[in-house]
Structure formats: C-alpha cells, structure tokens
Ligand binder design. Structure first.
Ligand code: NDP
Length: 364
C-alpha cells in the first residue's frame, strides 16, 4: 500500500463519509472530492429522527458536519471541488475536478498538458495518489490519480421549482415523507405530489400520522404498481386527485397553503405539508464516457444495485459494490433508487470501502 494513498472517494453524503472513515482506518489515505456545495440531500432536511445513535434526533446539516469532522479527525484529506471526469489510463484511474472539461478536450492541448504533467511526475508505473493542481488555469481541471475510486455522488430529489419552494424547503415542503412523516402527527392535511411507487409509499407513511393525505397526480392515471395503488386506495384518510398540479407554496416561515390547479380550476388549500415524490436524478452525469455502466435512469450498476440483475451485466461477484470498471466502486443513492435512506447510504459506503480495500490487497 502506498503511503500516499490509493483511493479517491467522490461525494460528501453519508456513503462518502462512511467510506472515507473506513478507508482511512484501513490506512488507505483516501482523498475525498467533496464537491463545492457538499453534504448532499441531508443538507436540505431539518431534524432526522431515524438515524440510529441520536435518540433526540439530529439536524441533517449537523449530521453531515459530524461525519465530515470524524473523517477529518482520521486524517482524511478533503478537497471541496466537483469531480468532472473519470478516466482509466493503464492501471491508473484519473479523476478530474474543478473546472468543467472543455468540449474539445479529448484531443486538446488541455489533455496534453495533463498527460505531460503526469509524465513529469513519473507516475506511469507507480500507481500512487497524486494531485496535479492546475487551478490557476481558467479551462484546465485539476486531476487526482489513484488505483481505486469510490463513487458516492448521491442523487437529487426532483422538484418542480415552484414559487415559494426555496423559502419553505424543510419548513413544510419536503422530499422524503418516509423520513419526516412522524413530524406531522395530528396535522390536518398533507399533500403528496406524484403518482409512482414512491408517492404511494410516502402517502401510506403519512396516513399513519395525519388526518388527511391528498395525492396530487398530474394525469388521469397513476404509474404506481397495482398492488401499491390498491393498498393506498383502501385507506380511509387518503384521497387521490387526478389531473391536479401544484403551482405555488405559500407561507412565510412555515408552509401554510398550496395553490393548485385541479381539473383546470385554481384552488388554494390550507396544508400543513407537501412532499414531492416525482423521482430522483442520480448525480452521474460527470461519468459519461468513463466506461462506468449506468442504467436507463443514470443509476450506477453494481452487483448490489437493484437494476444489475435485470441488466444481465456481468459484475465481479468478489466485490459486490464494484462497477463495470475494475477498481471503481459505487455506493449510496447514485446506485440505489430503492431505499435512499441516510443509514442505507452509510452502510453502502462502508461496504464499498471494504471492497476497495480487498481489491487493493489483491491488485496492489
Ligand atoms: P417514478 O419515476 O416511478 O414516478 C414518478 C412520478 O412522478 C410519476 O407518477 C410521474 O408522473 C410523476 N411526475 C414526474 N414529473 C412530474 C411533474 N413535473 N409534475 C407532476 N408529477 C410528475 O419515480 P418513483 O420515485 O415513484 O419510483 C422510482 C423507482 O423506485 C421505480 O422503479 C419504483 O418502482 C421504485 N420504487 C419501488 C417501491 C416499492 O416497490 N415499494 C417504492 C418506491 C419506489 P407521470 O406518470 O405522469 O409521468
């Protein structure tokens, strides 16, 4: 194992930090590319009461800050920049970060500069982690090289960017009712936007706590599986409003009302909460052209991802979190479209770090 380290971790949510903590304790000297905003989806939540170990709950940003501090205390090096490209070159993995890769960069001077800097550093046959900092240049990204990479870039809950959304996100407007439903205990009305399986699941969870749940479906049919639809339709306190769209969230410090258009008619509803369940977008755009196989929605395929079985892709079974590129592992919501919880992402990160460690031992 090189003293300089062998592992780059991309991301800064629970999967990334738990991977970093485990990798650091395995003396892999990981570098975390944490992104410019950092912290992932938990930065948009308020109190988290389902993460074990915090009996009184913890604020999402505090949980993230704590994980980051724990990684820092273990000596993890952190770079607060976005990864923009992953490439494999012989036995090395190259992660570019910072400035976006110019469109023409494949054969461009930029690329040549980066290659020659690598050669100058004499790294072609020494697969250690190295940083070439070109941050002075307006167009050339910086690069990191390593033998192994863990991708934990997460996913973003899709929202409609409605008026009032930024102000009230986490204050009545949310993206995870499974996480937040108990906070709405005894409330009169909570809305769910969407008609897929997630919307059914969110509505079912809310229905345990609130007096009335209304699902707003933009079309006259729902996409959700029949079994989940039937389960929801059987609940007394859930209504489904078809051909209905939310248009605006109203309220100063907390959500008070939602302006909707139902069957072409505008209404303003007094609502205690509203949850988006209109899908997620994994943050994997930057992997285009890298050779990391993604599913149709952009989730990374690994041996543990739910789509992997369906895809027929042969993935190395020795390392369940491996992607289609040897030495590249993936963890958390960029792989997992199903569970999407902080605790499952953290568990995934741990698994990826253990797989990367084993892989490095076998391929070092
Ligand atoms: P989906 O992509 O399946 O559904 C998204 C829903 O949001 C659709 O009803 C869609 O409507 C609606 N929608 C999209 N854009 C808008 C918009 N702009 N305005 C209003 N509505 C919109 O996402 P899910 O998160 O529900 O599910 C993701 C995956 O996870 C699926 O494969 C699902 O099966 C799986 N899953 C499985 C569960 C289970 O088995 N228990 C639970 C949760 C998820 P439209 O139909 O009109 O496009």
């Amino acid at each position: 194992m090189s003293e300089a380290g062998d592992l780059i971790i991309v991301g800064s949510g629970p999967a990334a930090w738990s991977a970093a903590i485990y990798a650091s304790r395995a003396a892999l000297s990981p570098i975390v590319l944490a992104g410019e905003q950092g912290g992932g989806q938990l930065m948009l939540t308020t109190k988290i009461e389902n993460y074990p170990g915090f009996p009184d709950g913890i604020l999402g940003p505090d949980l993230m800050a704590g994980m980051r501090r724990q990684a820092e205390r273990q000596g993890v090096k952190i770079i607060d920049k976005n990864a923009v490209k992953l490439e494999k070159s012989d036995d090395l993995l190259i992660v570019s970060y910072g400035n976006p890769i110019p469109e023409h960069s494949e054969n461009s001077d930029d690329q040549n500069v980066r290659k020659s800097e690598n050669q100058k550093a004499g790294n072609s046959d020494t697969p250690i982690l190295r940083q070439s900092d070109f941050s002075g240049s307006p167009s050339v990204p910086s690069i990191l090289e390593s033998k192994a990479v863990i991708i934990a870039t997460g996913a973003t809950a899709n929202t409609l960017k409605l008026p009032g959304e930024d102000r009230l996100m986490g204050r009545g407007v949310g993206t995870c009712a499974v996480c937040d439903a108990p906070f709405y205990k005894g409330k009169n009305l909570v809305l769910v936007i969407g008609g897929g399986d997630s919307a059914m699941e969110e509505a079912g969870e809310l229905a345990k706590f609130v007096n009335k749940v209304v699902i707003l479906v933009r079309k006259d049919v729902m996409r959700a599986s029949a079994i989940l639809q039937n389960r929801i339709k059987a609940l007394q306190n859930v209504e489904i409003w078809y051909k209905t769209e939310a248009k605006e969230f109203l309220g100063d410090k907390l959500l008070e009302k939602v302006r909707i258009v139902r069957n072409g008619q505008e209404e303003v509803l007094a609502a205690d909460g509203v949850f988006y369940a209109i899908g997620h977008t994994p943050a994997t755009e930057w992997l285009k052209g890298s050779g990391v196989n993604l599913d149709a929605k952009g989730y990374i395929l690994t041996g543990l991802g739910i789509e992997a079985g369906k895809s027929g892709l042969q993935l190395p079974s020795l390392y369940p979190t491996s992607t289609s590129i040897s030495g590249v592992f993936a963890a958390g919501d960029c792989v997992d479209s199903r569970y999407r919880q902080a605790i499952t992402a953290a568990g995934y990160g741990c698994m990826a770090a253990l797989d990367a460690q084993k892989w490095l031992e076998n391929n070092g």
